[in-house]
Design a protein around this ligand. Structure first.
Ligand SMILES: C=C(N)C(=O)O
Length: 131
């Protein structure tokens, strides 16, 4: 059954979409931009933005009862490929901190993102014995 995931620990949708969908075995998050869910602020620094987006992804996965290690695929949208190394550092640290194996990933540069942020990250996770 298709269940909507809702949490105040990730920013609310800014358009016609939901934060996440739980299909039982698979969980999909919407793309998470680096909006702090507590105060609506967006950090200026790209490394801080990367951390914020990853924390928002984690909040949605956690709201579905899963852990970071359940993530099997991410897509990273960035507005400037010159930030690639910085974002990779934060990204690697995030998964290492959670003792999680790295998911598969696609990373693309895009012209522009909502709220003019520097990156957006979406994820797919799997539950239980699918891992
Ligand atoms: C921020 C988004 N995920 C959106 O606008 O689709």
């Amino acid at each position: 059954m298709k269940k909507m995931i809702e949490t105040t620990r990730a920013p609310g949708a800014i358009g016609p979409y939901v934060q996440g969908i739980d299909l039982g075995k698979m969980i999909f998050t919407s793309g998470q931009i680096p909006v702090n869910p507590q105060n609506g602020e967006i950090p200026a620094d790209v490394a801080d933005q990367a951390r914020m987006s990853l924390e928002n992804v984690k909040a949605i996965i956690t709201a579905a009862g899963l852990e970071v290690g359940s993530i099997v695929k991410t897509t990273v949208f960035i507005t400037d490929l010159n930030d690639f190394a910085t974002i990779n550092q934060v990204y690697q640290q995030f998964f290492d901190d959670h003792h999680a194996t790295y998911p598969t990933r696609s990373c693309v540069q895009v012209a522009r993102l909502p709220k003019d942020v520097k990156l957006e990250i979406e994820a797919i996770a799997v539950r239980g014995d699918s891992l």
